[in-house]
Design a protein around this ligand. Sequence first.
Ligand SMILES: [Fe+2]
Ligand SMILES: [Fe+2]
Length: 293
Amino acid sequence: MAIPLPEPRLARPLPPCDPFRHRAAYIRMLSYLYHAEAAALAGFELLTDPRYVEKSDLFDKAAPRLVTDEAKHLEDVRWMLARLGADEIPPPTAAERELWEGWRRGDLFVLPYKPSIASLFCLFSEGFGYAFLHHLHAVTLDPPIKARLAANLADEQMHLRLSISVLQRALERDPDFIADFLVYFSGYTLLARQPLREIRAVLNELGLDFEVVVASSVRFVYELFEVALARAGQRGRVWGVADRLTRLIAEHPHAVRLIHASMYLPEPPLARRLVYGWGRRRQAARLNPEARA
Ligand SMILES: [Fe+2]
Ligand SMILES: [Fe+2]
């Protein structure tokens, strides 16, 4: 039976959006989507490359299907941009490049990733992408663009199910996961700060409430994660805290203002070195378990 999926829910409804009326901002938004799809494609290709992810049978079946779909989505976004008269794809901003390439450069996260962390990254990026696409589809008024977005959503549902089942199996093999999760999650937020600031400006131009969209996406991703945890039999007390916190954010989107404000604080000076150092130690312990004993 197919894994039942949660739906992204909104604290307040978003106003409809005519892509032709908000042409410049909609093009900007589609270009973010394009570069996100391109990054997903590149990431899925690397799932089976042992320089980036430790060899695991987990990805052998899933990766080719994901790669094929994301290549199709790139074509769809290109088509939507052309419909709005944009034949050239606007290049990624420096912040986008940092987000989409920083994870595989090897100077923040230690390579190769262990399979559970790679699956977690898949679920996170697919989950945030899905929530965003879901809301964009819901508000878009132009029927042909709406239809393309709907077709992509159907594929992305399959990606979410695949990500959940891969993460579930990875968690069953790697129960020692929470500490890694927290460190990698902090590393990821370092990469996401600047792109989120940029997306906020574009969402505002489209008349969409950044706080409502982000609050909904955060809760949705947690709910996906919870499905994987429950299936792996790993629902513990720590995750109860995350459950309450994300529920609070979803019901009171102004709490996102705190997250937003923190994006403007200077980056803690040693943050990147700490994330890297943690990865190095964990990798050394994994490769040489006797040394740890
Ligand atoms: Fe996609
Ligand atoms: Fe996807």
